[in-house]
Ligand binder design. Sequence first.
Ligand SMILES: [Zn+2]
Length: 468
Amino acid sequence: MTVTFLGAARTVTGSKHLLEVNGHRVLVDCGLFQGLKALRERNWQPLPVRADSIESVILTHAHLDHCGYLPRLVAQGFKGRIFCTPATADLTRVVLADAAKLQEEDAERANRKGYTRHQPALPLYTVAEAQRAMTRLQPVGYERPIPVAPGITAEFINAGHLLGSAYARVRIESPAKTILFGGDLGRYGRPVLPDPLPGGSADVLLVESTYGDRVHEADDDGKHFGRIVNDAARRGGKLIMPAFALGRVEEILYWIHRLESRGEIPELPVFVDSPMSATVLTEYRERLAELDVEISQSVGAVAGKLADEHRLCAFCTAKLKVITSIQQSRELQESTSPGIVISSSGMATGGRVLHHLFHALPDPRNTVLFAGFQAPGTRGRLLKDGAKFVRIHGQDVPVRARIEAVDSMSAHADTNEIMRWLGTFDRPPSVTCLVHGEPAPMDALKARIERELNWTVRTPAHQEKIEV
Ligand SMILES: [Zn+2]
């Protein structure tokens, strides 16, 4: 039995882990590489094994760096099923449609404006190819083991990282082994999402290490975020928040609503400008039972009509407007009225937020606030690191707006939370592989696990194969 690390190996994107047992191949996650150009170029290369030799895919959650390569896999000949939780299936459809549309638009714009070295620039995949991949999705509820290939079963367990997110417990019949593919790990004691469930036992464990060397800002009940909102309101500018449409928008709205209702921030117009956010918000509202008990119980406590109203208002703010048309988005980009604009992509690598940044960055009254992880090479990372100019749509845009970050809203466990989760295992795995992290946090986490738990830890390189 072997596991080959085809992505998220000593980096944070492109999650793909190939399991090979007795001649059967199963791919766990099928994500897109993002960030640095050298990484993004890997998205154009075929996998080292034939796509039609992979029997099925196990998908841990719907973030693009875990599902965004699926259309390429299907285009290369993959014919199996993509197993995931029902919410992941729904969200993956939204994500892939959006990704394909953005890629088509980017290629079209690059060709029209001539800022491409490729003649012509092509999308990584088309909307039609994304739709073909969606037909392969096979939803399976949490904690229901299901055969994914002969002698291999998989079970999804809530990871608390995103609606529908899971880690996958994969059981091999012969030799009898359990491999736990960690996906992305959520956090403890946060609003909106539940805590990650205990790990139980595993012979081989893969666990993420995005924040392997960091402790998130202590939970300050929204104080830091509130200060930034108040400061932006005082300066009369806009507050632009690049945010993953998936997961982050919901938590940001939750906090704005909470701070508004306590009178800690003014009731500002809040615009959600991301084509997929409206759909994702609906998914969250319809699956409240899968969210944190605080949200699901408050809904259960009110009956009938009241419950419907509450359901509608989960993730509402006093002056919330979900932007639906390009025209509305343009008007908002050009407006200089104070307000909060939440728009994707979260690392400012594409999407409508680029247009907002293009207009907002040169004005010192404005604020740009990052609430999620910024991978190296992304505009988000450049801005966070203090860049004076960033290139957007072929132009250098001066950065005069205030750049802020809050990391208390992160959806990824920090080093203490990862250790806490590892503490839920009833015995040490024979090997623990760290994935989904930059080298520095990964190496720091490896040292910590070895020191505190005395487990055997490996940090596989790209395309490394480990024998189990
Ligand atoms: Zn994720």
